[in-house]
Write a protein that binds this ligand. Structure first.
Ligand SMILES: [Mg+2]
Length: 116
């Protein structure tokens, strides 16, 4: 098994199927689990300064790596359960964001597109 997105999707499918977890893996439950994992990532940065967040010690960097893995796996799993290609969705979204945030208007600004 390789290490591309399709391989990951299949691996996650098998992981759930072998444990009879498909019954728990509704898009709703998976979305909730994704949110929990995103919060675990957030917790690593809680109370840090901007500078500290950019210079994590090795153990914290590894914790962040693990949470990113969790987040990514849940994202792929939710997409699979909904029949969505997550890479295609991500590329479509960045295309949309190019239109929402034209360089001319958004460069150097943190404003939301509705405020540009
Ligand atoms: Mg986690």
């Amino acid at each position: 098994m390789g290490n591309n997105l399709k391989d990951l999707k299949v691996k996650l499918r098998k992981f759930a199927r072998n444990r009879d977890w498909d019954k728990f893996h509704s898009p709703k439950n998976l979305s909730m689990a994704l949110n929990v994992e995103a919060s675990e990532l957030l917790e690593i940065f809680q109370w840090l300064t901007e500078d500290q967040s950019l210079n994590l010690p090795k153990d914290k960097l590894n914790d962040a790596r693990e949470e990113i893995g969790d987040i990514f796996n849940y994202t792929v799993r939710i997409a699979d359960r909904l029949g969505i290609d997550p890479l295609e969705a991500a590329f479509d979204k960045i295309k949309k964001n190019h239109k929402k945030y034209p360089v001319r208007k958004s460069r150097g600004s943190s404003r939301k597109y509705t405020e540009l």
